[in-house]
Structure formats: structure tokens, C-alpha cells
Design a protein around this ligand. Structure first.
Ligand code: MLT
Length: 411
């Protein structure tokens, strides 16, 4: 009999969001009339910006015309999209990033996992706790960890605790770690990192030859002008960081699928013989072999984000969700519940009332308020006693969910 990848057997039973979906379906089946409001997974609810739809409709027309038809596109993405991203997202902020260093993909979740293909299996790895579970699970699948302990921590990973005490930003380790996953604005806590904090990480990475895997999927939600949007705003980051970005949350592309990963040409890793190898070439090789690019139609939709109309429409979308976040923060605070985040990120990180465990609060909210959120403990042991509420929903649903929660839990 063929064997399996045994590393999968080390994984906790279900990926967090499918597990939540399973519990919610079971509840809905038993209570078909319950008016459930979902503020769990960070999935957008508002329609795609008109500029994106118009561009995609035009692209469909292109596909119907023999002269404008496109077959396979470049695996790295079309040059016209990479150029726009380089100018608008990076060069306009003073980042020295060239279009050729940007790789278009179908999602930053995929890229966060796929990047392990080009990195050695003997690297030491650090993640924050709590953390976006994809960083951990993909390393488990790749055999980079031992088994999980009782509280869910995997042997071989370095966990950097983040909490209200350190403003949800990890202390820089004293010892060498090869790969460090950073996510700012942070999923799940909604925290952001100052320029000084990111500079400290870049200095650390350069001193030890480490690589920062910087997930900036939520950068568009930053409202504080002093907060960097990209790791490449930090001096020296070109030599030590890979950045992941997405059109999912800023332009509502969760179902449309388009993202990007930046691998600077100056970023080097060490081969087994001790020589230095540029990771850009390896990622290019990996993508050319295992990926055929994002569809032409979707890339035209993503390009439209950078038109004047697209910029105005995506800003309106972001403002809409951030107003939801403000409502969630203010209503819960007024009810005596401690909340964090939600100012520069679409997630509000809630201290569970009455010292309930994260899953107990999940069950209580589901059963007594018919509201779904995400248990903090699903993001790591240090998330126990916390709960994540997503601002991605309609205004009516957010208002109604807050009415139900504050009525039930007013302190
Ligand atoms: C989340 O809820 O954490 C996000 O939707 C996850 C993702 O974007 O993959």
C-alpha cells in the first residue's frame, strides 16, 4: 500500500474555520429558524467595486475576440498589473521594489504555504501566539515540527507570545531563529506595528541572516498615517523579507482570487554547500513549474483597483468595514467588555466576559445570540480567553449582532 504524509496526522482535527462552519451547520440544522449572523471568518460581504466588474466584463469580451484572446499568461502575472502594483503600493511609499520582484498569485494563504517549497527543512521557525493558523499548519504538513503538546503547541516551533501587555507585538528573540512570520495589521488581534518595531525586526533578521515572512494582507485598513504599510518601508528590508499581499480584503476578491508576493532580488538564502542563492530565482522557478498564473480576466479586475474610480471605490469599501469595526468596538466597550484592535484592522479582539473560555463564549454566543465569531484559542494557546469578531458584514447585521450581544452580556 502506498504511504501517506504522516505529518498530516500531527495536525489538530480540523482547520479552524471549517471546524467553526461544522459547529454552526450542526446548530443551524437543529435550529432551522435561528437568525444566525456570521462574524467569524474574515470573508467580505459587499459587492465587488464597479471599476473591477467593468474591467472584468471588458476582459471577458477580449476573450471572445480572436485578436485579443489570451491563452496561458505569464506565470508571474501580466506586466501591466505588476507595474501598477509596484508604482502604487510600493514606489509611492518610497519602497525600492521593482515590478519584476512582484509575483501575482491566487491567494496569500496559498503563497504563505507554498513559500516553504523554496526554503530548507532545517530552518528554525518562529510564530506569534496567537497566530494565523496557516503559518503553523503548513509547517506541520511540511514536516518542520514535532507533535503537538496538550495545549496545541508544536514541538520545534518557537512561539512568541503577544498580549495586551506587549501591545500584541512580540519581543525580539535573544537567540537566532531562521524564519519569522509577522502579520501586520495583525490577524487575529488587529494590532499594528510601528516603524521602530519593524526596524528592530529587520535589524535582527540582518544580524542573524534570518528571513521575515511578512503578511500584509490587511494593510489597506491602516488608518494611522505613521504606521508602515509595507515591510519595505523599513531600511534594509529588501535583504531579509518576503511580503505577502492580497486583493481579497481591500477589493472584496475573496471569491475572485488575486494576490501577490514580493521576493526582492537581493534576498539571499544559503545552499547546503554554503553558497548564497537568490530566493527570487527559486520562487520564479517554483511558480513557473507548479503554477499557471491567475486568469487574465481576474488580473484585469485587479488592475482596475488602481484606476481613480477603483481607488475611490475600494476606499469606500474599506471605510464601510472600518465603520463596522468602530460600531463593534464602541458597543462592546459600552457593555463593559474589553476590546482591542479594530482601529487599523477589520478584526476586533475581545476579552471574553466572565472569564469564559474561548469555545464556551463561542457556544454561548451561538446558542443565546445566534452570532458566530472565532474562538481566540483556535489561533493558539495564548488566545485562550479571547474571541475574534470580524467587521466583514452588512451594517444591519453588525448592528443587530451588537444589539443581541450587549443585551446578553452587559456588565
Ligand atoms: C480569517 O478569517 O482569518 C481569514 O479569512 C483567513 C484568510 O484570509 O484566509
Amino acid at each position: 500500500m502506498a504511504t501517506i504524509n504522516d505529518n498530516y496526522l500531527k495536525l489538530k482535527a480540523g482547520y479552524l474555520f471549517p471546524e467553526i462552519a461544522r459547529r454552526v451547520s450542526a446548530f443551524a440544522e437543529a435550529n432551522p429558524a435561528a437568525p444566525i449572523i456570521k462574524l467569524g471568518i474574515g470573508d467580505v460581504t459587499e459587492p465587488l467595486p464597479e471599476a473591477c466588474r467593468t474591467a472584468m466584463i471588458q476582459a471577458v469580451e477580449d476573450m471572445g475576440d480572436r485578436d485579443r484572446f489570451k491563452g496561458y499568461g505569464p506565470e508571474q502575472g501580466y506586466g501591466w498589473l505588476r507595474e501598477k502594483i509596484a508604482q502604487h503600493d510600493f514606489q509611492s511609499r518610497g519602497c525600492d521594489i521593482d515590478a519584476s520582484e512582484i509575483f501575482i498569485s491566487d491567494g496569500s494563504k496559498c503563497d504563505c504555504g507554498n513559500i516553504l517549497d523554496i526554503l530548507g527543512s532545517d530552518n528554525s521557525i518562529a510564530v506569534t501566539d496567537p497566530v494565523y493558523p496557516v503559518y503553523v499548519d503548513t509547517n506541520v504538513m511540511a514536516g518542520h515540527t514535532g507533535p503537538a503538546s496538550e495545549n496545541g503547541e508544536y514541538e520545534g516551533l518557537t512561539y512568541l507570545p503577544i498580549s495586551a501587555e506587549n501591545a500584541f507585538t512580540a519581543s525580539i528573540p535573544n537567540e537566532k531563529v531562521d524564519l519569522i512570520y509577522l502579520c501586520f495589521p495583525n490577524n487575529p488581534t488587529g494590532a499594528v506595528a510601528s516603524k521602530e518595531h519593524l526596524q528592530a525586526w529587520v535589524n535582527y533578521a540582518r544580524a542573524y541572516g534570518s528571513i521575515l515572512l511578512f503578511d500584509a494582507a490587511y494593510e489597506a485598513f491602516i488608518t494611522d498615517p505613521t504606521i508602515p504599510h509595507s515591510i519595505y518601508e523599513i531600511e534594509g528590508a529588501r535583504d531579509c523579507a518576503i511580503e505577502f499581499r492580497s486583493f481579497s480584503k481591500n477589493a472584496g476578491f475573496t471569491g475572485t482570487r488575486c494576490a501577490l508576493t514580493v521576493v526582492p532580488k537581493t534576498l539571499m538564502g544559503k545552499a547546503a554547500d554554503g553558497s548564497e542563492v537568490a530566493l527570487h530565482g527559486l520562487w520564479n522557478r517554483r511558480q513557473s513549474t507548479k503554477f499557471n498564473g491567475v486568469s487574465y480576466i481576474v488580473q484585469r479586475g485587479a488592475e482596475a483597483v488602481y484606476s481613480p474610480e477603483g481607488q475611490a471605490q475600494t476606499k469606500a469599501l474599506i471605510d464601510f468595514y472600518m465603520e463596522n469595526a468602530r460600531i463593534i468596538r464602541e458597543q462592546l466597550t459600552a457593555a463593559g467588555i474589553a476590546v482591542y484592535g479594530g482601529v487599523n484592522a477589520p478584526y476586533v479582539w475581545v476579552k471574553t466576559p466572565n472569564d469564559l473560555t474561548s469555545w464556551d463564549f463561542f457556544d454561548k454566543l451561538l446558542h443565546s445570540c445566534n452570532v458566530v465569531g472565532t474562538p481566540g484559542s483556535g489561533f493558539g494557546a495564548a488566545g485562550e480567553g479571547y474571541f475574534r469578531i470580524s467587521a466583514f458584514n452588512s451594517r444591519d447585521n453588525v448592528n443587530e449582532a451588537m444589539r443581541r450581544i450587549t443585551e446578553k452580556f452587559r456588565g
